[in-house]
Design a protein around this ligand. Structure first.
Ligand code: GAL
Length: 432
């Protein structure tokens, strides 16, 4: 009979295997690229996509790392071919998707495509249900590198005999089988089922990213609610598997520059996939400057630390309060270069945002830190014990990288920045 100890070891191993990310060699880091849905919905064609790609090169976005161009819904005809294949709409894509992939590759881009795990896509085009392997073979033949897989128009239960996990696993298997048969790398699998069924608990066993919410819109209320929701599930994100906070709305709607900066900072530091979603033919320089902030992008693409920032204090609300208009304000996380902080002013008027350094678990007590401002790109001197920033604009953000700068000054009072449980060697509580 197996000992209790070894049974426990097996159980721990199984749990560890169940929750560990699907490392099939692709998308260790967040995907950076473009998706036309937020700006154009179904109104896309090859000309638009190629103009977009050329603009991405001309504006320096390709060089900044945005190297995927992803098609969304509406690229196909409404009916499959006589032999059962998906057919690219020839009016939109005269050279087919494979022709587009070749042209994008010549500009240095990989191509992503969209399908659905039901009968039809959300816009009513054919879905991949019961055609998973066939469709994957076609995508692979066309040279596709990423599949966004949606959740509309699901067949009845007596047909699927599956829950969502099961429907997405069928496509996962098709991806693995096609990779093995073709000898090409697996297609990156981007789950889009809007956070149903607690996807953050199992998405990482099936794909490399998973949407956590319904569709983003270009208003602060939408951004705030996505930040709020994701603030409670940051632990799900790491290398090879991440919460996808949805495509970027920078440049769209009525977002202010401060809101756009907060949007980009939160998405990047929470290690979301970053897909630009604005019309690149008339994007403003301000938006391009935000999207190409190399100090923020470097953290999103950190090759050593794959985890997300997390809130250490909610600020506007008591800790762990869910408030879709007023998410957590004080966030931090480790990076390969130091501890990154994000402060968000969720109020509608300017505010002072302050914190004690050791509120963040990654800061060492008794040490001082150099402060780098990741938006002004300036060094802000040395922080001892605390940091404060006045006049953070409404919905504005502060992003800081703190690096250890040695012991804090001698004889600093009080002896402990946080007095709770802090005592002399004799057990005397002298402060607080
Ligand atoms: C939604 C999805 C959007 C977009 C749209 C296309 O379900 O969340 O991101 O892909 O379908 O119809």
């Amino acid at each position: 009979m197996r000992s209790a100890g070894s049974a426990l070891a097996v159980a721990i191993l199984l749990i560890a295997r169940r929750v560990s990310a699907l490392d099939n060699g692709v998308a260790r880091l967040p995907v950076l690229g473009y998706n036309a849905w937020n700006a154009f919905q179904c109104n896309v064609d090859e000309d638009l996509i190629l103009q977009t790609a050329n603009q991405m090169v001309a504006l320096g976005l390709k060089d900044a790392g945005y190297n995927f161009i992803n098609l969304d819904d509406c690229w196909a005809l409404k009916n499959r071919s006589d032999t059962g294949d998906l057919v690219p709409d020839p009016a939109k894509f005269p050279d087919g998707i494979s022709g587009l992939v070749t042209k994008l590759a010549a500009l240095g881009f990989k191509t992503g495509i969209y399908s659905d795990s039901g009968w039809f896509t959300c816009a009513g085009y054919p879905g991949s249900w019961a055609n998973e392997k066939r469709d994957l073979e076609l995508f692979n033949e066309w040279g596709i590198s990423l599949l966004k897989y949606d959740n509309c128009n699901i067949p009845f239960d007596n047909i699927t005999r599956q829950n969502e996990i099961g429907r997405y696993q069928v496509m996962q298997k098709a991806i693995a089988d096609v990779a093995e048969e073709s000898g090409k790398p697996p297609i990156i699998f981007s789950l889009c089922e809007w956070g149903w069924q607690q996807v953050w608990l199992w998405g990482k066993t099936i794909g490399q990213s998973w949407r956590t919410t319904g569709d983003i819109s270009p208003q602060w209320s939408s951004l705030a609610s996505i930040i709020n929701f994701n603030s409670f599930i940051t632990m799900a994100t790491d290398f090879y598997g991440r919460n996808d906070m949805d495509m970027l709305q920078l440049g769209n709607g009525d977002l202010t520059i401060d809101e756009a900066k907060a949007h980009f900072t939160a998405w990047a530091l929470m290690k979301s996939t970053l897909l630009i979603g604005t019309d690149m033919r008339n994007v403003s320089q301000d938006v391009v400057d935000i999207l190409t902030n190399s100090e923020i992008l470097a953290i999103n693409q950190d090759p050593v630390v794959g985890t997300s920032i997390s809130p250490f204090r909610w600020g506007f609300n008591p800790d762990w309060t869910s408030d879709s208009l007023h998410p957590a304000q004080y966030w931090s996380g480790p990076t390969q270069d130091g501890v990154v902080f994000m402060l968000v002013n969720v109020a509608d008027s300017p505010a002072t945002l302050s914190f004690n350094l050791t509120e963040s678990p990654w800061i060492r007590a008794g040490r001082q830190y150099s402060v780098r401002d990741l938006w002004s790109h300036t060094d802000e001197g040395i922080a001892v014990r605390s940091f404060s920033r006045d006049d953070v604009p409404p919905h504005g953000v502060v992003a800081l990288l703190l690096k250890d700068a040695g012991d804090e000054p001698d004889a600093l009072m009080p002896q402990c920045a946080v007095w709770y449980q802090c005592v002399t060697q004799d057990g005397i509580h002298v402060g607080g």
